[in-house]
Every structure is written in C-alpha cells, then in structure tokens.
Design a protein around this ligand. Structure first.
Ligand code: NAD
Length: 264
C-alpha cells in the first residue's frame, strides 16, 4: 500500500524532535509520497528540525510562533511564494506553564489560562483560516488532542480545558468549511513520552496506568498515531469531518481499573 499521498502537499506544524507526534505522522505521509513543509518555533528547534525534514526529502522550513499573528501571516506568505495550493495541515502544538500542570486546576492563573488557550486552542483557528485560503480544491486539517479534555486527568488541568476548546473548535471549523470540501478532524492520542508530555506532573504514572488498563494492554506509539494521521490526511477519510478519533489502545472505553491490573 503506497502512494496514498502522491501529488499532495502539506504543512507540518509542531515537530520538535524524533519523539514528536508530528514526526510519527510526517514519516507516514512521506512514505506515501506527500511533499512536506515544516514550521518550527525558534532557532533552538531549527537545528533539530532541519535534519529530520531533510531525511524525508524536504528543505522547506518556516519559522512560526503561532501566538504571533504577524508571524503566522509571514509563514503562510512564504508558503504561498513556493506553493500555490495546499492539501493538508498537521497542527501538533500545545503549550502551558509547567508549574500549572501539577497541583490543582483551581489555582490556574489568568495569564497562563489565556496563554494556554491561545497557543493550544485558538492557534488551530488562526492556522485554519490562513490554510483554507490556499485550499481552492478542498483539503484536510488535523490537530492533536487528549482524553483530559473529556474527563479529569490529574495534573492535566488548564490543558484539559484548552483541549476541550480545541475539540469543539474542530466541530465548528468542520461545519464552516465543509461546503469548501475542507475537512477538520482531531486525533485524541494516548499518553506518549515527548518533550511536551515531560512537563505534565506524574506523567510516568499516567503512562503506566494506561498501559495496565487499556483494552490493548499497552501504550500507543507515534507510529500508531502516524497510521491514523495518514487516514485523516488522505482521501481514505473523504467522508469524515468534525471527528475526534481516539488512538489510545482503547483506553477511553474503559470505566474502571482492569481486574488483572496490579496496584501501582
Ligand atoms: P512535542 O514537544 O514534540 O511537540 C509540541 C510542539 O509544540 C513543539 O514542536 C513546540 O515547538 C510546539 N509549540 C509550543 N508552543 C508553540 C508556539 N507558540 N508556536 C509554535 N509552536 C509551538 O510534544 P507532542 O507530545 O508531540 O505534542 C504535539 C501535540 O500532541 C500537542 O498538541 C499535544 O498536546 C498533543 N498530544 C500529546 C500527547 C502525548 O502524550 N505526548 C497525547 C495527546 C495529545
């Protein structure tokens, strides 16, 4: 099975290193013939992103802090100079002050609430608005979310609230853009050890709990996420929009601790 993405061009936003969920998706897309551009935040990441992009045959890198609307405009202007149209975007971006990803949600500061909402939820709206202008023949936009949007996961706090806004944004954006054949979906990934995840309090416990209690009795990998990403960004999912799809080894269907799970 090859070539599902042949002739399609897309932007990957949120690649930090080879542990990133964006990397799992990008690899799978390149394997299937997609032409990729990558946006990164800040010079420190450029050094890591450049060789990864090159290994997938891309020399198209754009700097973009998604909380800066002028930087977003510049990034999409640069994209337009080289590509007249765009077929897909991967939005794999989230951020919050790690001091508030532990302890109680009730202690969230206004400043961090607004910043987390801006970078982790509003940025999908801002990116989508600019991307759609380059999608005259339709397209597919994919974001990444987590179960902490639906249920309380200790320490996830304000990020859970931002992910709830993100998931609802997916539905509203899907409805706005459906008439233009632009689809908007989310993958709700199970916990995976990445740079962003390392900021979440007790993350190792969350990983262990999921491994012991998910129906598949394991954690998911970035390759699992990549496979589902390929489905959403290719024509395989041509009839699907507004969806939040769980790639979590089934964890979200379980209501209590498994009988065979030891105490941890
Ligand atoms: P990661 O650290 O590899 O990626 C996070 C990315 O967000 C980084 O590339 C970072 O540069 C980028 N970013 C942060 N602030 C930004 C800004 N202002 N402008 C531009 N980029 C910015 O971690 P990841 O786990 O691969 O995270 C990707 C997405 O997946 C996030 O939305 C995260 O919430 C989501 N997710 C992660 C997990 C997990 O367990 N790792 C589970 C479900 C969902």
């Amino acid at each position: 099975m090859t070539g599902l993405m042949q002739g399609k061009r897309g932007l990957i936003m949120g690649l930090a290193n080879d542990k990133s969920l964006a990397w799992g998706i990008a690899k799978k897309l390149a394997e299937h013939g997609a032409e990729l551009a990558f946006s990164y935040q800040g010079d420190a990441l450029a050094k890591r992103v450049k060789p990864l992009a090159e290994s997938l045959g891309s020399d198209f890198l754009l700097e973009c802090d998604v909380s800066d609307m002028a930087a977003l405009d510049t990034a999409f202007d640069t994209l337009k100079e080289r590509w007249d149209t765009l077929d897909f975007v991967v939005h794999a971006i989230g951020f919050s002050d790690k001091n508030e990803l532990r302890g109680k949600y009730v202690d969230t500061s206004l400043e961090n609430f607004l910043m987390t909402m801006n970078i982790s939820a509003y940025s999908l709206v801002a990116v989508t608005k600019r991307a759609v202008a380059m999608m005259p023949n339709g397209g597919s936009i994919l974001t990444l979310t987590y179960y902490g949007a639906e249920k309380v996961v200790p320490h996830y706090n304000v990020m859970g609230v931002a992910k709830a806004a993100l998931e609802t944004s997916v539905k509203y954006l899907a409805n706005d853009l459906g008439p233009q054949n632009v689809r908007v979906n989310a993958i709700s990934a199970g916990p995976i050890k990445t740079l962003a995840a390392s900021g979440i309090g007790d993350f190792r416990y969350i990983l262990k709990w999921n491994e012991l209690n998910a129906p598949l009795r394991r954690n998911v990998t970035i390759d699992d996420v990549g496979g589902s990403g390929l489905y959403f960004l290719s024509d395989l999912s041509s009839g699907v929009t507004g969806e939040t799809h769980h790639v979590d080894a089934g964890y979200h269907v379980v209501g209590m601790k498994q009988e065979d799970a030891p105490d941890i």
